[in-house]
Ligand binder design. Structure first.
Ligand code: 0X9
Ligand code: ZN
Length: 440
């Protein structure tokens, strides 16, 4: 008889626990010291490796400040629970609910088990790694007459998986643009957008629609839709909010942040030496098979006489068009210089690429993207964009942060795949046009 109330209390407690860590809160203009305290709060239900809250933005912010020299963080978005609210209260900070039901939004992204892929279009849903790979092969078969090539794998991952790719176009002069998606596992809209633009480029090319048809005669586009298949698989099987690859680290933790692992100013700002951190940079530049595969890809194509002109690394979220540098703020002087700004020598050209992409997107969908230096978001070294800039003929490496601005963040509804694809397709056409104009 006396057990019923106890059961009731247990159930209530379980319900509360189950709901912990299911909300993303936003904080504005937070002192760096306070932000660091918030990021240290424990959150058993958040699914992070170190048992702390999951900082969605600035992405992976943990112990080290991502804004060197800055005393405050403009915008913080953190997934957490009651402990986070308690800490915010102690610090006198106002927490606003940005996303009230993370698990609910994530569940809605996955098609029901009984769904038939043919019932809806490919771009109406998010897809598993194997679905993406077989769709890539289907594109190859369908558009083989355009010169498209299916690359089984550019290298194999820590878990022994393939990293499939597609090479589009037919450039007699062997000019190439590199497009990379899915470096961060939880950013599902990135691979989905890569797949959308691949199909659109191929179908426009095949039917002679301009400007794609002319552009793909001048430059080939090498596309890696999912650079991080191990991480991507893990977001489907185990932890939807996983960011890094699945490297088994020396301390028993897992994962290296691929966007801190490229060989450009590796180890500087915004990257962590702590393996369990979401921004762990790895044991050295290109320590990871996925980034090494990109390095080798560049080397192989260059050795084969290709001129890799430029490249884009596609992420989410924030609606941002980021140009170099990411490893140093423009308000600082470059090393060895006495005064700022530290910006690339071709800053005016890169700024123009950014503005043109922004206009193309706005014209297509009305969405407003911000064009700025990557480090203005936050300083983070070892990124793909900075490395691509150093390796390309036009010293041109961009990072795109796709939709949205935080309402859904990483769990963007599948209904946004097509509109995001459409606006990014226009941005890409503008980008390719700029690259072709810059050919020697
Ligand atoms: O932190 C990142 O790697 C990117 N943002 S994300 O939210 N997708 O994780 C931004 C990278 C910008 N580029 C550099 N800092 N080099
Ligand atoms: Zn990312």
């Amino acid at each position: 008889m006396s057990r019923a109330p106890v059961m009731g209390a247990t159930l209530l407690l379980l319900a509360v626990l189950a709901d912990a860590g299911n909300v993303v809160y936003s904080f504005t203009d937070v002192a760096a010291a306070h932000a660091a305290k918030l990021a240290e709060v424990r959150c058993a239900a958040c699914g992070t490796e170190d048992g702390k809250v999951d900082v969605w933005h600035p992405d992976g912010f943990s112990r080290e400040s991502v804004h060197p020299g800055s005393t405050s963080i403009r915008l913080l978005e953190i997934r957490g629970g009651d402990e986070l609210l308690q800490m915010a209260r102690e610090l006198g900070l106002t927490a606003r609910i940005k996303l009230g039901d993370v698990r609910g939004a994530a569940a809605k992204q996955v098609p029901p088990a009984n769904h038939t892929a043919s019932a809806r279009g490919f771009h109406d849903e998010y897809h598993t790694m194997s679905e993406i790979a077989s769709q890539m092969y289907s594109y190859y078969q369908q558009y083989v007459g355009t010169g498209v090539e299916y690359v089984d794998s550019i290298g194999s991952t820590n878990d022994g998986a393939a990293i499939p790719a597609l090479r589009l176009g037919r450039s007699t002069r062997k000019n190439m643009v590199f497009l990379q998606c899915g470096a961060h596992a939880r950013e599902w809209i990135s691979p989905a957008t890569c797949m959308y633009v691949v199909e659109k480029l191929l179908s426009d090319q095949q039917s002679g629609r301009e400007p794609a048809a002319t552009l793909l005669n001048a430059v080939e586009v090498f596309v890696v839709p999912v650079l991080n298949p191990d991480g991507y698989r893990y977001t489907w099987s185990t932890n939807r909010m996983w960011r890094k690859n699945r490297r088994s680290n020396a301390d028993g933790s897992f994962g290296v942040d691929l966007n801190r692992n490229y060989d450009d100013h590796w180890g500087r700002c915004g990257s962590s030496a702590v393996p369990s951190s979401d921004t762990y940079r790895g044991t050295g530049p290109f320590s990871e098979p996925e980034t090494r595969a990109v390095e080798r890809l560049f080397a192989d194509y260059k050795a084969a006489g290709y001129r890799i002109q430029a490249g884009i690394d596609v992420h989410a979220y924030g609606q941002l068009i980021l140009r170099p540098y990411g490893w140093i703020l423009p308000t600082e002087p470059c090393p060895g210089e006495s005064s700022p700004p530290c910006v690339p020598p071709n800053e005016h050209i890169l700024a123009r690429f950014g503005e043109d992409m922004k206009s193309a997107i706005r014209e297509e969908s009305g969405k407003v993207y911000t064009s700025e230096h990557a480090a203005e978001l936050y300083c983070a070294a070892g990124g793909a964009d900075d490395w691509i800039a150093t390796e390309t003929m036009q010293a041109n490496g961009f990072c795109l942060e796709l939709r949205d601005t935080g309402n859904y963040g990483f769990v963007l509804p599948a209904s946004e795949i097509v509109p995001t694809g459409q606006e990014i397709y226009k941005a890409l056409l503008s980008y390719l046009g700029g690259v072709v104009d810059g050919l020697e």
